[in-house]
Design a protein around this ligand. Structure first.
Ligand code: SF4
Length: 318
């Protein structure tokens, strides 16, 4: 069966071996973050609806999970915001009822968590991984470029409510963009909000390959360490570089080789590669990340998006 809405399993930096569920069409999101590795949001919205048919998702999940694959997590993620799908709660219920041996993670930008029906929809997951990059409305607007009307204080309120109501683990990601959210005042506000949210972990992240905006640069290891120290005693960690990805069991050398050989012929965006190779964009993204880290490919921001090309024509990963 050819899958349209599930992808992987992919090696995930934070989740081990993860089967992805993408409930949302490409780049439908309530934010348009400057660092988004999927490219610019093309449908900026807060409208919740059945973006993809639930029965098709159930069909694909049944087909894949009946083989009892070894997974660390089933993860709602993808190239948009999963809580925009109004059936996310149904999908979680479906997995928990029929395949209760699997743990469920929800990656969310947190923008809709101030709505009680959205919080209720994901309450039966095992792990919620929201993000919060800014606390002042002006930084929020510049960094996350939200749907008009989204208010960062309401979003923080939603995160606090989620913590109060949800008994599973919450790992909150803070994406550091130098010059935007690493100023003393923004970090002070962030620390206050993070203390109130009280997540189980705070994970500091930064750009490791081009985002949608060319001016965004990564934070250095030293900068991240300084911020981590500033946030202490909160449970903060820097998300480690992912250089060992090729040692993870779901890393398929044949897929990496296929990507390299395609990029040897012509530079492509991640979306081009996904279309050409018939793989989900998130899966492509994981391999691109590893190939960039191993210096096998390079990237360049052009008018149509971020293009990748093979660097050394004879080099393939072992
Ligand atoms: S919330 Fe996630 S998917 Fe949406 S624009 Fe930001 S990084 Fe991209």
């Amino acid at each position: 069966m050819e899958y349209k809405y599930i992808f992987g399993p992919v090696p995930s930096r934070r989740l081990g071996i993860s089967l992805g569920i993408d409930l949302i069409p490409f780049k439908t999101c309530s934010l348009n973050c400057v660092y988004c590795e999927c490219g610019a949001t093309t449908n900026l919205t807060i409208k919740r609806q059945e973006y993809v048919p639930l029965d098709k998702i159930f069909e694909e999940l049944d087909d894949f999970l009946k083989r009892e694959p070894e997974l660390d997590f089933i993860t709602f993620s993808g190239s948009g915001e999963p809580t925009l799908h109004n059936g996310i709660g149904e999908v979680i219920k479906f997995i928990k009822t029929k395949y209760s041996q699997y743990k469920i993670a929800v990656l969310t930008n947190g923008t809709l968590l101030s709505e009680s029906n959205v919080r209720n929809a994901i309450i039966n997951a095992d792990l919620i991984m929201p993000s919060l990059d800014a606390v002042t409305q002006s930084v929020f607007k510049r960094l996350n470029r939200p749907f008009p009307g989204l208010n960062i204080q309401e979003i923080i309120y939603g995160l606090i409510k989620t913590r109060m109501e949800f008994s599973g683990q919450i790992y909150l990601e803070v994406f550091i963009v130098p010059g935007l959210n690493d100023t003393d005042s923004e970090l002070t506000f962030l620390k206050k909000a993070l203390t109130e949210i009280n997540s189980d972990k705070i994970q500091l992240n930064t750009l490791d390959r081009p985002g949608t905006s060319a001016w965004v640069r990564p934070s250095s290891k030293e900068e991240l360490e300084r911020i981590a120290n500033f946030f202490k005693p909160l449970p903060v960690e820097i998300i480690a570089n992912f250089q060992s990805r090729k040692n993870i069991k779901s890393y398929h050398k044949d897929i990496a080789d296929l990507i390299i050989s395609t990029l040897k012929r012509r530079p492509c965006t991640a979306e081009d590669l996904a279309n050409t190779l018939g793989l989900h964009i998130n899966e492509i993204n994981k391999y691109i990340q590893s190939l960039l880290e191993n210096d096998v490919i390079e990237s360049e921001i052009l008018k149509r998006g971020i293009f990748f090309r093979a660097k050394n024509k004879n080099l393939l990963l072992n």
